[in-house]
Ligand binder design. Structure first.
Ligand code: GLU
Length: 388
């Protein structure tokens, strides 16, 4: 018995693998602070929970339309207009079981062997794996902390070939927290305008979590002339602490949304009916808790960045959004061999983090600061002790 060649090309998700390992160790009685998976530690807002209860009580437990209920697609269209500045009808929105599934379906529905996908590195762990699963090739666009982990127009122009099918943009970015301004996006958009065959997947799942002044900027809003080839991914996991509900959103050209629905009709079918009802409440209900969450994250970020930079041999820039710190540990790597071994050493000392190499980086690790200040302080203490 063998697995398929497509599956052979990909590894299990290293963010979820480390988190599962932390769960196992905890179940075995070990005291582990897990900063591996990125998930808000806030409670899901009560009006969202109430909507989920109401959906269950109303018997809202049947299949829905594959791309999501009309009600949720309309609420999502409202969210795209209100929060991202992208005006489109509900027919151009699809609801999936998490943002990850939307990305999976978009890429599987459009890529053929030999196609190339440009991905700025460091990248979120699943982007390259999905591209490889589809049989296409990953073209990394390397970025550095010193330039804010942003690609430049010149770099983009040089990387585009006749085989380029997609550019992936993730702002605020996981794992770096980097943010593209409207000017940055306009400059990239000018390059893209010269290459009409290149589509753009803009993953804006962290848009609500930014620590810079001003509004979030996204490509489809900044460059409306490109909007007919941009798919903008969003969701409620990060904004409303609804990770387990598994609701992701994607909005773009109707042909692509239909193609994704065609694939979804054979994979998961519709997303969970109860989660969809809860997501309507999330998107249509009050959003006023978000600034408070952001303030809390910002305070944690400042505390963690200062504490990490005080540990000899570790350094990390200040992330502008999301809730991750990308930490350089290069002076320590020789002792362990590689960053994966360093992370296993940290796990032995009671902290779960994810190696930078999982994200196309090197010689370091990512931590999520979506944890309480007490947990973060304890994690940093353990990291210092483990490397001391
Ligand atoms: N996006 C989160 C992370 O990077 C969730 C886990 C995952 O699916 O990778 O940790």
């Amino acid at each position: 018995m063998t697995i398929s060649q497509a599956l052979e090309r990909i590894a299990p998700s290293r963010t979820t693998a480390m988190t599962d390992r932390a769960f196992e160790l905890r179940a075995a009685g070990r005291d582990i602070v897990s900063l591996s998976v990125g998930e808000p530690d806030f409670a899901t807002p009560p009006h969202v929970i109430a909507a989920a209860h109401a959906a269950l009580d109303a018997g809202d437990t049947r299949y829905t339309a594959v791309p999501g209920t009309q009600r949720l697609r309309e609420a999502a269209a409202l969210h795209y207009a209100r929060d991202l500045g992208i005006a489109l009808p509900a027919s151009q929105v699809i609801v999936s079981a998490g943002g990850k599934q939307a990305i999976f379906h978009a890429l599987l529905a459009t890529l053929d062997p030999g196609d190339e996908v440009l991905i700025p590195a460091p990248w979120w762990v699943s982007y390259p794996e999905i591209v490889r699963f589809a049989g296409a090739e990953v073209v990394p666009l390397h970025t550095e902390a010193a330039s804010g982990y942003r690609i430049t127009p010149t770099q983009l122009e040089a990387a585009i070939s006749p085989r380029t099918r997609w550019l992936l943009i993730n702002s605020p970015g996981n794992p770096t927290g980097s943010i593209y301004s409207a000017q940055d996006l306009a400059a990239l958009g000018a390059v893209l305008a010269r290459h009409p065959r290149v589509m753009v997947l803009s993953d804006d799942i962290y848009a609500p979590l930014r620590y810079l002044p001003g509004r979030h900027a996204t490509l489809a809003a900044v460059c409306p002339d490109l909007a007919d080839r941009v798919l903008t991914v969003s969701g409620v996991s990060k904004s409303h602490a609804m990770m387990g509900f598994r609701i992701g959103l994607a909005a773009g050209p109707e042909w692509l949304v239909k193609a994704m629905a065609r694939l979804q009709s054979h994979s998961s079918g519709n997303p969970c009916s109860i989660s969809q009802a809860a997501a309507v409440a999330a998107l249509e209900g009050p959003q006023d808790f978000l600034p408070g969450w952001c303030e809390t994250y910002r305070a944690r970020r400042d505390m963690v960045v200062a504490a990490i930079n005080a540990i000899p041999g570790l350094s990390c820039p200040v992330p502008d959004g999301a809730f991750y710190c990308m930490i350089d540990a290069s002076p320590h790597i020789a002792r362990f061999g590689d960053d994966e071994a360093l992370c296993l050493h940290l796990l032995e000392h009671g902290v779960a983090v994810v190696a930078a190499s999982a994200f196309g980086g090197k010689d370091g690790f990512r931590i999520s600061f979506a944890a309480s200040e007490a947990q973060l302080a304890e994690a940093v203490r353990r990291i210092a002790a483990a490397l001391g």
